[in-house]
Design a protein around this ligand. Structure first.
Ligand code: AMP
Ligand code: MG
Length: 508
């Protein structure tokens, strides 16, 4: 069947030799039904959203038809899953259709997830159910609105087929995921572990060309590649932590070389702050807890550097030295991003010597008092606004007492806040950045709306019952996370005790 859908494909990964993938079409489904198309993203990618929504478009999004110009394939990769080595993973339920170059000049992958079995499916059915598809759609778009690098959602469809999971038969769905690329740390590990130096070099050159062209100028481009990947990852993890995001499954096969958040399996945003917070039902040891994420990224990046050893230097000893030296810089780079970001959340724009300790102590105060992470920074912003710039954008009738009370109500022991505020205030007083500018930095660092677990779960339950209203509503609220939305104020609220979600599931 030919299609009238016009996607301006410009495929480059499919031009690489066949050690990198297996050519494979998506497996057709019974009764595709459109859930949503991301119109803005479609336009950015040079695709007409109306065409995507048409019957022809939906057949393509469901994998029943392959559009002209696509080169469908399943990518191969390996990975450390919870520390254990898996020599061959790969796209077991996903197909890369191809790439387009957007109106912004950025090359992006179009990838169907949940599109049927591939040679890498192992025991799996190659499918996804509606829950994780909607989770990924909502959370990846929320991350975009929060200015956090991430893969994106171009569309979601129901398949009309049931998939069998522990819970029983569930509605099947497919998400069209868009990424700057789907190359992972695990992609490098795969070729390294097979001793295929030519493939490794071809892959590294491809990645440099596509994502890090500046590395070509460096004396040792592969060393520069490690540094650049590390910098993006350090920045990414710091950004996650600043919105209370816990990825949940930071295996090396789920770490993107382009530095985007990828794989929204059991991820979650924490409500009450605690550094040891874990939601994933399979993360029994808390390996990927909120505060462990930088250490895990560091570990994953060491695997990346190790995979590049054969091309880092022809002398193996020297190569190890270069790799080690490069990776040892991670902690310093990460700390700078971390404290800079948390400083901004607290309104401390020009960091001073004692600030890291002050930030650490402040977070300790939040965990001791079981404070809601998002609301603390949100009300601190409101309080700052009412005390520092009462004439600015303040709503009528919201004096600083009101904000102070809102802050106080978040603490188990309100004395704790009373003792902390003067310390924060005196540190504020030393800031030289103009007040309005500082407030704007706080405002844009402290979201009001995050995808809270209980809302995400309620949205999924409604959709499974056929009601997409909550999905549309939550999606729309999360697209504007930094501004007050008086009609949607209930979306700010943490879960009531009976609504708390204690565990999230991979949903594979
Ligand atoms: P994940 O934990 O989602 O990152 O997936 C790890 C590996 O398992 C990847 O190779 C996936 O392609 C594969 N996988 C996950 N779910 C399925 C499924 N339902 N069918 C086939 N393969 C799957
Ligand atoms: Mg994965």
């Amino acid at each position: 069947m030919t299609s009238t859908l016009n996607i301006p494909f410009d495929n480059s990964f499919a031009e690489l030799p066949d050690q990198f993938y297996t050519r494979q079409d998506p497996v057709p489904v019974t009764a595709p039904k459109l859930i949503k198309v991301n119109e803005k993203l479609a336009r950015l990618m040079g695709i007409d959203p109306a065409e995507l929504k048409s019957d022809d478009g939906v057949q393509i999004l469901a994998g029943n038809n392959v559009p002209d110009g696509a080169s469908p394939l399943a990518m191969v990769y390996a990975g450390h899953q919870f520390g254990g080595w898996s020599p061959r993973l790969g796209d077991g339920r996903a197909i890369l259709l191809g790439e387009t170059i957007g109106t912004d000049g950025i090359r992006r992958d179009i990838h169907l997830k949940g599109s049927g079995r591939t040679p890498y499916s192992r025991g799996g059915d190659g499918r996804a159910w509606l829950g994780p598809v909607l989770r990924e759609y909502i959370i990846s778009e929320a991350m975009t609105a929060l200015n956090i690098p991430t893969t994106r959602a171009l569309a979601a469809v129901e398949t009309g087929n049931k998939v069998l999971r522990e819970e029983g038969p569930l509605p099947g769905a497919i998400i069209t995921r868009v990424a700057q690329s789907h190359i992972r740390v695990g992609t490098f590990q795969y070729h390294y572990s097979r001793g295929d130096k030519d493939a490794l070099r071809a892959l590294a050159n491809y990645v440099i060309e596509r994502h890090y062209p500046d590395a070509k100028q460096a004396q040792n481009p592969y060393r520069a590649l490690i540094e650049m990947v590390m910098d993006r990852q350090a920045r990414l993890i710091a950004k996650w932590m600043q919105v209370g995001f816990i990825h949940g499954v930071m295996n090396t096969d789920n770490m993107s070389i382009a530095g985007e958040t990828i794989d929204f399996g059991p991820c979650a945003f924490m409500d009450t702050y605690h550094p040891g917070t874990v939601y994933s039902s399979i993360d029994h040891a808390g390996r990927y807890a909120w505060a462990k994420q930088p250490g895990m990224a560091h570990w994953n990046l060491s695997q990346f550097a190790q995979s590049l050893l054969p091309i880092l230097h022809e002398d193996a000893q020297i190569a190890v030295g270069i790799g080690q030296e490069t990776i040892d810089e991670f902690q310093g780079i990460f700390s700078d991003y971390y404290f800079e970001g948390f400083g901004k959340k607290l309104g401390l724009v020009t960091l001073q010597q004692g600030d890291p300790d002050f930030i650490g102590d402040s977070l300790k105060l939040l965990s001791d008092n079981e404070v809601d992470f998002t609301l603390f920074f949100r009300h601190l912003t409101g309080y700052t606004q009412s005390t520092l710039a009462p004439q600015s954008t303040l709503e009528q009738g919201q004096g600083d007492e009101n904000h102070k009370e809102k802050l106080q109500n978040l603490f188990k022991d309100s004395e704790a806040l009373t003792n902390w505020l003067p310390q924060w205030q005196s540190r504020q007083d030393q800031e030289t950045t103009p007040t309005e500018e500082r407030l704007e930095i706080m405002r844009t660092s402290n979201p009001i709306f995050i995808p809270r677990n209980h809302q995400v779960e309620a949205m999924i339950q409604a959709a499974v019952a056929g009601d997409y209203g909550p999905f549309e509503q939550l999606h729309s609220v999360l697209l504007d996370p930094f501004n007050e939305q008086p009609d949607n104020a209930h979306y700010e609220e943490p879960p009531k005790p009976e609504e708390v979600v204690h565990a999230t599931f991979c949903g594979t």
